[in-house]
Design a protein around this ligand. Structure first.
Ligand SMILES: NC(=O)c1ccc[n+]([C@@H]2O[C@H](COP(=O)([O-])OP(=O)(O)OC[C@H]3O[C@@H](n4cnc5c(N)ncnc54)[C@H](OP(=O)(O)O)[C@@H]3O)[C@@H](O)[C@H]2O)c1
Ligand SMILES: [Zn+2]
Length: 342
């Protein structure tokens, strides 16, 4: 089959058309004929690589698939060829202590489609049947693909932050894929949402998503603005997956007893924490990754109902994967960039 992948880690230039054998469904697995594949910042990290990441080459990235079932492996029940599906991009063993607790994203063997296995920048992709979810009739397949990874991540993250109705949330970088879902989930939960983003156009798009107050972080000290917005109290929850560039401000923006929740570090992992703020304000730092099988069912149910709307910046053909990653790397997007594969 044809796809886009890389033979060595590096810059955008390593991404190229590749031809690899069609995947074969093993026990409990299915093959999906890919229609759409959405980008995540993860795709960039995987392309650049990190020490200890030993992937067979060529590696095909891509975690967010929507498409139709092309083949069903042994032992798979309840699924048939031709069904329209998406897949939970998390991969878990089902047997370790954490899986037995239902905490799949804490699995000791946890992986992500396109990170630890061949992904969906290709005509076909192999996934465990237990990861599948049927896409309701009439639901657009590009939106289905755009929803998966970021909705799952944002859902668990705000659950772990213990967000309650009436609380205030600050989202750093409204245009990020995870953050476009975090904003909507926080609003759905009855919170008031403050957001910081990088351009006037993105400010408008953030408002359209339901953000109560938005500032341009290139022109304003967003933490101070959040502080003033809450009458010098601070916000209850900060969503910060930007990391090094914003962490200090995020800690400052928190109210006493506030929680900062992180799922990533786009700008770099080694942020400075002034510990005095932690104990004087009695702040909690909460880490979160992906989500459980149940989280996926819950949040995708809200997507199918239209209560959460996947935000798509643009759809490009698979051949433009390099351009798509360039746009994401440069932060040009608001929401998801989707590749059309069919
Ligand atoms: N642990 C997990 O399970 C998990 C899951 C998903 C993602 N992640 C991680 O979370 C991060 C976000 O992922 P994503 O796919 O949502 O990324 P994305 O779509 O590329 O969004 C990143 C956003 O971060 C904001 N940003 C970047 N630099 C900034 C700065 N200096 N100041 C303020 N905002 C800045 C930008 O927001 P504006 O567009 O508003 O400027 C940008 O759009 C990545 O590091 C990713 O690896 C982790
Ligand atoms: Zn496990």
């Amino acid at each position: 089959m044809k796809g886009i992948g890389f033979y060595e880690h590096g810059g955008l230039g390593v991404l190229q058309p590749v031809e690899v054998p069609d995947p074969i469904a093993g026990q409990g697995e299915v093959i999906i004929r890919v229609e759409y594949c959405s980008l995540n910042h993860l795709d960039i990290f995987v392309r650049r690589g990190w020490s200890g990441l030993n992937l067979p080459k060529p590696h095909i990235p891509g975690s967010d698939v929507s498409g139709t079932i092309a083949a069903v492996g042994k032992g798979v029940t309840g699924w048939r060829v031709g069904q329209r599906v998406v897949a939970n991009p998390g991969l878990w063993c089902g047997e370790c202590e954490y899986c037995l607790r239902g905490e799949q994203s804490m699995c000791v063997h946890y992986g992500i489609l396109g990170e630890t296995t061949a992904g969906c920048y290709a005509e076909y992709v192999k996934v465990p049947a237990r990861n599948l979810m049927e896409v309701p009739d009439g639901f657009p397949m590009e939106k289905a693909s755009a929803a998966c990874l970021v909705s799952l991540t944002a859902w668990r993250m705000l659950k772990r932050a213990g967000l309650r109705p009436g609380e205030t949330v600050a989202v750093v970088g409204a245009g990020g894929g995870v953050n476009t879902m975090a904003i909507q989930i926080a609003k759905l939960a009855g919170a008031k949402v403050f957001a910081a983003t990088g351009t006037p156009e993105k400010m408008e798009r953030a408002k359209a998503l339901g953000v109560d107050v938005v500032v341009n972080y290139r022109e304003e000290d967003w933490a101070k603005a959040a502080w003033l917005w809450t009458n010098r109290r601070g916000v209850d929850v900060v969503v910060d997956n930007v990391g090094k560039a914003t962490w200090k401000q995020s800690i400052k923006a928190l109210a006493k007893g506030g929680r900062i929740v992180t799922v990533g570090a786009t700008s770099g992992p080694e942020a400075v924490t002034d510990i005095r703020y932690l104990f004087t304000k009695q702040i909690s730092i909460i880490g979160s990754t992906m989500g459980t099988a149940m989280d996926f069912k819950e949040v995708m149910g809200l997507v199918w109902e239209g209560k959460l709307k996947p935000v798509i910046d643009r759809v490009l053909p698979l051949e433009d994967a390099r351009e798509a990653q360039r746009l994401l790397e440069e932060g040009k997007q608001f929401g998801k960039i989707v590749l059309e594969v069919k």
